[in-house]
Ligand binder design. Sequence first.
Ligand code: HXC
Length: 258
Amino acid sequence: MAFETITVETEDHVTIITLNRPDAMNALNDQLMGELVSALQAAQENDKVRCIILTGSDKAFAAGADIKMMSEKTFVEVFSEDFFGPDADAIMRIRKPIIAAVSGYALGGGCELAMMCDFIIASETAKFGQPEINLGVMAGLGGSQRLTRFIGKSKAMDMNLTGRFMDAEEAERSGLVSRVVPVKKLREEAMAAAAKISEKSMITAMAVKESVNRSYETTLREGLLFERRVFHSMFATEDQKEGMAAFMEKREAQFRDK
Ligand code: HXC
């Protein structure tokens, strides 16, 4: 597939999607969102691919939705097209693990896109923010919802009301990102994490993703029951037999996604 606003490479079992609108700090427009969804769906359908990395440049993961594109839009237009809603829904339907590798700015829709991934590895230069209030609008892809669940009400209010940026150290302390690494190591670290995930049973990895995500959708009691039943169901897989046999035989497991 030929893309203009992203690049896509597949190395071993990992597809790396790089947002690539350098002149606009990787701002999200219709074309980029469409290409991103296509690339993610292709990775989902490719049996060789076991993990996906979404990244940007050293300067910007993405500086938000494209303001030039949005500036002339009316309520009727954004409401009718459900602006970026179908794209976000499509991203959330990807079942393979997605790691966001973030350097530089992840603002507005950029921060929200990173939060749609399964976890975020940030470089020391990463800056997260929901500055939409400065434009006379507010977050529209999770900045008032996911961010609040990830870092709590006080910090989420602070970010959304003042529009201030959070650096990588604060983002890690707040639980928004899982680890912080030097800029030069970002790709290497994300690839190492993706390679680790790729060694697991894909069935188990997809079940883990579904179960952790379920915790944001349901009560604790229902979530615990969901988790327990999914755990039980794994005993129907060959990979459970293989994983446990390998432990007892003191060897590496050879999972076959069955
Ligand atoms: C369009 C953008 C852009 C954006 C940057 N650019 N962000 N274009 N949409 N979101 C463009 C600039 O216009 C400029 O192009 C070029 O990228 C470089 O940006 P500069 O501002 O010159 O760079 P710098 O001074 O280093 O500042 C970087 C920055 C700043 C802090 C990231 O650009 C900025 O504040 N951007 C806007 C961030 C923002 O408000 N995001 C939220 C958007 S609303 P030219 O051609 O002028 O040189 C949103 C809603 C999501 O995301 C919900 C959707 C449903």
